[in-house]
Design a binder for this molecule. Structure first.
Ligand SMILES: [Zn+2]
Length: 289
């Protein structure tokens, strides 16, 4: 079996990588042993993550998870077993129930694009790639209804370089510090009513620039939606879905990422037919940052 650099990075991230000797091999289905043999002594060694930091971009799911106001059932973890068995060993197991679009989650294109890819069909290169972190914390602090502009993207690029194709663009608003206070985070916490929400996010023209001209693989944000809270037409969702790009919502810890240089691995639960799914997203930040 051949070894994939990304698979190794992902596995190292998932198990935690505390020592300099951290090396993880993952067998990747689909790659042949012949390909591995061809590399012979030239095969690259295991990915060395010494000095890299691993950043968790997901909120945990539980009783405090913030859901869209119309998803009133929340997150349900039902105990199936907990305790010592007749065999003398401990055993616990649960079933879970959740709306797709609550907590840290992914939007598949089919969420706003009839016939678009479902969660299980999102290509891996849409959810693994270089991060471009655009910071609008200052603008959002002044205006809770702020939307990212084309000028903001251009200012980011003047300072940090052009956003490369395949980037996962992550919008940093500072809103994740309000989590899990739904009133503060969403602007309103009236159950069943999503008509009074206020939080910042992407603007339409900036979203078009990012997915249509820059070739961004996905758009993410540390707020509940890639459209701002007061949106009624969800135009950014429409634009992003039309480009076959997923959305990543309710992210956290974006303040721990450099504007560029980190690698994001954002893997959702692989739900056949799903329009969205709970998401475990992490970033691998190189030593120079
Ligand atoms: Zn969603």
């Amino acid at each position: 079996m051949a070894i994939s650099e990304l698979s190794r990075a992902a596995a190292a991230a998932l198990i935690g990588c505390a020592s300099a000797a951290c090396s993880v091999w993952v067998e990747t289905p689909g790659e042949t042993s012949a390909a591995s043999a061809d590399l012979g002594g030239e095969a690259p060694g295991p990915l060395d993550l010494e000095g890299y930091s691993l950043v968790d971009l997901s909120h945990a799911f539980g009783d405090e998870t913030v859901y869209w106001p119309t998803d009133t059932a929340g997150f349900a973890l039902q105990e199936l077993a907990f305790g010592e068995t007749e065999g003398g060993y401990f055993y616990s197991a649960y079933s879970l129930a959740t709306a797709e679009h609550g907590g840290t989650h992914i939007d598949a294109p089919i969420h706003f694009l009839e016939g678009g890819p479902d969660v299980a069909s999102i290509p891996l290169d849409r959810v693994i790639g270089p991060a471009a972190v655009i910071d609008i914390t200052a603008q959002a602090a002044e205006d809770a209804d702020y939307r990212l502009t084309v000028a903001d993207v251009e200012a980011h690029e003047v300072e940090h370089g052009r956003i490369e194709p395949g980037s996962l663009v992550l919008l940093r608003t500072g809103w994740s510090s309000r989590w899990p206070d739904a009133l503060s985070y969403l602007g309103d916490d009236t159950p069943g009513d999503a008509s009074q929400l206020h939080f910042p996010s992407y603007g339409e023209a900036a979203a078009r620039l990012l997915v249509e001209e820059r070739g961004a693989a996905a758009l993410g944000a540390d707020v509940a939606s890639i459209d701002y809270g007061a949106s009624t037409d969800f135009i950014v969702h429409q634009v992003v879905a039309a480009a076959n790009a997923p959305g990543l919502e309710n992210l956290t810890n974006l303040d721990r990422l450099p504007p560029r240089g980190a690698t994001v691995i954002a893997l959702p639960m692989k739900i056949t037919g799903g329009s969205g799914a709970p998401l475990r997203a992490i970033a691998i930040v190189p030593p120079s940052n």
